[in-house]
Structures are given as C-alpha cells and as structure tokens.
Design a protein around this ligand. Structure first.
Ligand code: ATP
Length: 315
C-alpha cells in the first residue's frame, strides 16, 4: 500500500447544530495532489485546522506525515507549508521581512528562490504588507509556502483574490512542487481551480466526505457537447439515442449533449453516438471540454443548485 501523508479515521469536530466536520476518513497518498472540494461552510478549513493542530478534534484520529498532529514538534512542522484562506499579516513589516522571517524559522531559504517565486506571482517584496490588497497578501503566504522545499503543502482556498493569470502561475507552482515529490492538499469551492492539477478530489458536503474520485474518472463521467456538421440536414434520429440530448439543430448543424459513461445497454454512450453518426455524411465535428462543474454540482443539488449557494454562512 502506498505511503499516506495524511490519514484520518472518524475525525470529528462538532461545533453543535450540525456545524463542523463529522466521521472523516481521509487519505492522501505521498506524492499526490488531492483536491478538497466543498462550498463555503462545508468543513474544509475545520478539517485543515485539525490536521495542523490549530483546533482539537471532538473525537477520531489523524496522522500527518506519520504522526498525530497534537504531538507535533518543530522539526515536523518544517516539513509542512500551510497557506490559510485569509492571511493576517503583521503590519509594519514588508513582504520580504515576513517571508524572510518565516524562512529563517524553517532554517533558511535561498533569497534567490524567494525572489524567483515572488517574481512569478508578481509580488513586490518591498511593500509594507499593511497596505496590500487581499490578493497581494495572499501572494505573501504563497511565496512563503512555495519558496522552501517541503514534503506537504496544505493550501486552504489559496487563490481567492488572485487574478486569473496568477492563478495559472499558482497551478504551475503546485505542479512543480508535486514533480519535486511534495504532496499537496488543496482546498477549493470550485472544481475548475483544482481539476488541472489534482490527481484525486474529495467532495465534502455539510461536514461529511461524500465521495473521493480520480479526476480522470470524474472526466469519464462528464457529458460532452458535440457539434456535428452534416452534408445534409441534421438527422432527427440521433436525439432518440439513450444518453444523447439534442441541444439545437439548425440546417446542417446539430449540437448534442452526449452523456459520459455507459448507457442503459452497458455500452459507452459516446461510442453509440459515434457509430450512429457513421450512418450519415459528416463534414465537421467539434467537441467541447467536459463540463466537470456540472458533475460536482450534482453533489449539492439538494442544497440549492450551486456550490456557492449550498454553503452555510459562517456565524
Ligand atoms: N470556531 C467555530 N465555532 C463554531 N462554528 C464554527 C467554527 N468554525 C467553523 N464553524 C462552522 O463549521 C462549519 C464548517 O466551517 P469551515 O470554516 O470549516 O468551512 P469551509 O468549508 O472551510 O468554508 P469557508 O470556505 O467558508 O471557510 C460551518 O458551518 C462553520 O460555520
């Protein structure tokens, strides 16, 4: 069995009135990027805080890098980098001073490496952090986390406030850290943020882990939209295939939503659709990316339709 960097069993933080995290069995394998997905208030931060011994569980156990977080020693903490969703920084310090201080606590990080990560995230290290925007404050945390070499990165909604170009750079940093052998727990309330880097995703809803899936499996489940151009008027029969929905047909062009996975006959719906197309003269075919978000939102359908709406407000 692969080594686990995070392993919990029945881990629970009960804040009362159904708030908190309940009976969590979470396993993150060494070297993987694990996306921890759930709407606001679903329990991501509480989980992470228990893993870091920032809050104590009501019951259950956790092991992080082989040890109970409650008995963490400084040497073990050096092997972990953590970026919280909201960073409270010491005002009066510059970003360089804060990152330098945190690096020194770890035993030192090369200045050139700090400068390189700051440059990639477009952070001016010489600005006083009290004057920084939320996004720039977030970058201070990211530079402090990515500059050192660590075994485990725990990132709690780290890209909130970052503009889209920097989110892409952030994903590159995650990939590089993983390629260097780090394991990453990356929480988010949107799948699109983690789908390009995560090996697996765990889905948490109302404090309970409801599913853990490989991203490749998630993609296989997703429906795809195909736009087909025929040499003749778009035929009617294709929409009658199980798992295929005709979105629109206009003259020779038809747009179809083709379900992921197998249909009722056990065969892949895509295969059935493509074989049905073979009975026609096709002059063009265009596929759109699978809509993974739609699958993710299914987990929250009872909560009001969107992941954002599904979240409960903080007290
Ligand atoms: N200190 C606390 N006291 C009481 N309830 C709390 C406390 N911290 C969190 N909660 C509640 O526990 C639940 C989980 O909160 P948590 O912050 O872990 O969710 P989250 O998924 O990280 O969401 P967000 O992204 O909004 O932080 C929520 O209902 C929240 O209101």
């Amino acid at each position: 069995m692969s080594e686990q960097v995070i392993s919990t069993s029945g881990l629970t933080k009960d804040y009362g009135d159904g708030h908190g995290v309940f009976d969590l069995d979470l396993h993150v394998t060494a070297g993987e990027v694990f996306g921890y997905l759930g709407p606001n208030g679903s329990g991501k931060s509480t989980t992470i805080r228990m893993l870091l011994d920032l809050v104590r569980p009501t019951r259950g156990t956790a092991t992080v890098l082989g040890h109970d977080p409650r008995h963490g020693d400084p040497a073990r903490r050096e092997r972990i980098a953590y970026v919280p969703g909201e960073l409270n920084l010491w005002s009066g310090w510059t970003a360089r001073e804060i990152i330098g201080y945190l690096a020194a606590v770890r035993g030192g990080v090369e200045d050139a490496r700090i400068a390189d990560v700051a440059d990639r995230l477009d952070l001016d290290l010489d600005r006083e952090v009290g004057n920084l925007s939320k996004g720039n404050k977030q970058k201070v945390g990211l530079v402090a986390a990515f500059a050192p070499r660590v075994e485990l990165l725990i990132l709690d909604e780290p890209t909130s406030g970052l503009d889209p170009l920097l989110q892409v750079e952030f994903l590159r940093l995650v990939r590089e850290a993983a390629a260097d052998g780090a394991s990453v727990l990356l929480s988010s309330h949107v799948l699109s943020e983690v789908e390009h880097v995560a090996d697996r995703v765990g889905i948490i809803r109302r404090g309970r882990l409801v599913d853990v899936l490989g991203v490749a499996d998630l993609k296989a489940q997703a429906s795809r939209t195909l736009e087909v151009t025929f040499a003749h008027d778009a035929p009617a029969g294709l929409a009658h295939l199980a798992g295929v929905t005709e979105l629109v047909t206009e003259g020779r062009v038809g747009r179809y939503d083709v379900a992921g996975g197998p249909g009722p006959d056990g065969r892949s719906v895509m295969d059935t659709f493509v074989k049905a197309l073979a009975g026609h003269t096709v002059t063009g075919l265009r596929g759109e990316d699978a809509d993974l978000e739609a699958i993710f939102l299914r987990y929250y359908a009872d909560d009001g339709g969107t992941a954002d709406q599904a979240g409960e407000a903080h007290p």
